[in-house]
Design a binder for this molecule. Structure first.
Ligand code: NDP
Ligand code: 8X3
Length: 249
């Protein structure tokens, strides 16, 4: 099957890899993100007839609604919404964290995601389409410094499951994808631009790649229409679980 996929955060990492995977399989791609030059490069690479690029900040509700309302005819019949845009900001404990970082994560990972989802639901219902949301293992397993980032991803997972309830009988499929460590720009962004910290985190542990997750997303989207993958948790072999922390008197 092919159709049209709208990918938020297609300028980097998992979103960019998914754009290439879907376009390579014949899908039309609506690609969004803030970095216009990267969107232009993606459209040039994949072909302007296949990619409609929309510079868009997911924190801007009015811009999201305007973008969805003004999709050109060739790209307006969205079959798949890939809610991928998101970020972690900060590597501090809650008691040391910067409130502006918390606000940016909530506005992007939660408010932006629900806004674009709500705007596209009529189309997705009409087309019996699919919603694929990028959650994270950070939404299930607590870890130090995960505070608000993990909270936003727990929201994404639960919102995905609740969407399944509300969309019951419509034929719309909803999946929460919950990866562990994927080497993208994620940690550079999280650390405020510290490439060395990112390189150290992923060193000698064979992290997942953006292409690994794009392949999983494409597989989810390619399942027969009567199947719904509710949740997929996926990690590198070299990442597993830690124990409980104990503070002693
Ligand atoms: P990247 O940093 O490589 O990509 C993030 C994407 O999100 C970029 O395209 C960026 O575009 C976009 N984005 C961020 N903020 C905004 C905003 N305000 N408005 C519009 N777009 C925005 O990271 P990943 O590819 O790794 O992350 C993709 C998703 O996967 C995220 O939701 C992340 O939480 C999730 N994830 C990542 C994991 C990892 O280990 N890497 C693991 C589990 C989940 P631009 O800056 O151009 O706006
Ligand atoms: C990011 C995954 O393991 O880096 O969502 O927290 S992890």
């Amino acid at each position: 099957m092919t159709g049209t996929v709208l990918i938020t955060g297609a300028t980097s990492g998992i979103g960019a890899a998914a754009a290439r995977r879907f376009a390579g399989a014949g899908y039309r791609v609506v690609a969004t993100g803030r970095r216009r030059e990267r969107l232009d490069a993606l459209a040039a690479e994949l072909g302007a007839e296949k990619v409609h690029a929309i510079p868009l900040d997911m924190r801007d509700e009015a811009a999201i609604l305007a973008a969805i309302a003004s999709l050109p005819a060739a790209f307006k019949d969205v079959d798949i919404l890939l809610n991928n845009a998101g970020l972690a900001k900060g590597m501090e404990t809650a008691q040391e964290a910067d409130l502006a970082n918390w606000r940016e994560m909530v506005e992007t990972n939660v408010l932006g995601l629900v806004t674009i989802t709500r705007a596209l639901l009529p189309t997705l219902i009409a087309r019996k389409g699919a919603i694929i949301n990028l959650s994270s293992i950070a939404g299930t397993y607590p870890y130090r410094f995960g505070n608000v980032y993990g909270g936003t991803k727990a929201f994404v997972t639960q919102f995905s499951l609740n969407l399944r309830c509300d969309l019951h009988g419509t034929g719309v499929r909803v999946t929460s994808i919950e990866p562990g460590m994927v080497e993208t720009e994620f940690t550079v962004v999280r650390t405020g631009g510290d490439q060395a910290a990112s390189d150290a985190l992923y060193a000698n542990m064979d992290p997942m790649t953006a292409e690994d997750i794009a392949e999983t997303i494409f597989w989810v989207a390619s399942q027969p229409k009567h199947l719904n993958l509710n949740r997929i948790e996926i990690m590198p072999v070299n990442q597993s679980f830690a124990g409980f922390a104990i503070a002693r008197n």
